[in-house]
Design a protein around this ligand. Structure first.
Ligand code: GRF
Length: 235
């Protein structure tokens, strides 16, 4: 059985990235399982997605950010969460929260970082008549949109693009890129790779990789590993 990393997703809105991660995480060999969704917006559509897929969810208001972070940390510890994905989460987490959580946090940003940190990325891309934009998945540090880049996807900008059409194109790319970046994140923790010959009842030879992720061990066959690459978007 694949020992999936217990994961929480922070959202603020629609939750289309959450939806694509949920779908991909149902793949037996996907490295994470979503055990918790936290929203800082009471009416975030993403909460309905969590409910539909029977994932525990919480709403904590972030009007008082300190309170939001304290309440979230209690819930993360209670559920033994070891990985946090920010997906359309519109708040900057404090240094104190990042340190207290103590595990990896990743985020998706709708531009090719380091260009266009912060908000209104699509407007700024169009204003500068850039030929390309895209999305970036990166580790979260206290400095906004500045942590180490895990994966980027380039999207071409056409002359006819509006803010809305560009947003739509990039969002489609985000849905695929986020899951690929999650796989890439855990590949970075691979520090032991061994080949075992397993003479089972079927007398087949099976290649097994041993991966240590935060001290956990995952076993999966080579054939299945390649199925990792067929990541689905939400469409
Ligand atoms: C996405 O473009 C995300 O990168 C940004 O918010 C948008 C909405 O995402 N930060 P979602 O549909 O809520 O996942």
């Amino acid at each position: 059985m694949v020992n999936k990393v217990k994961t929480c997703v922070f959202i603020s809105g629609k939750g289309s990235n959450l939806f694509s991660i949920i779908k991909n995480s149902r793949n037996y060999y996907f490295p994470i399982k979503i055990n918790l969704v936290i929203s800082n917006k009471k009416n975030a559509d993403g909460l309905k997605i969590a409910k539909k897929y029977s994932i525990p969810f919480k709403f904590f208001s972030s009007i008082n950010q300190d309170k939001f972070e304290k309440q979230s940390l209690i819930e993360l510890k209670k559920k033994k969460i070891k990985f946090l994905c920010l997906a359309g989460f519109m708040k900057i987490l404090s240094k104190n929260f990042i340190e207290n959580f103590g595990h990896k946090i990743i985020n998706i940003h709708p531009s090719l970082l380091p260009r266009y940190k912060g908000s209104n990325t699509h407007q700024r891309v169009l204003k500068n008549k850039d030929k390309y934009s895209g999305c970036t998945v990166h580790f979260v540090t206290p400095k906004l949109d500045s942590g180490k880049i895990i994966l980027q996807k380039k999207v071409s900008v056409s002359k006819n693009d509006t803010k809305e059409s560009l947003k739509k194109k990039i969002l489609k790319a985000e849905h695929i890129t986020y899951s690929k970046a999650i796989i890439a994140t855990f590949k970075q923790f691979l520090f032991e790779k061994k080949i075992y010959f397993n003479f089972s009842v079927f007398n087949t030879i099976r290649t097994v990789y041993r991966i240590f992720i935060y001290g956990q061990t995952i076993h999966f066959s080579k054939g299945s590993f390649f199925s990792f690459q067929r990541i689905r978007g939400s469409h």
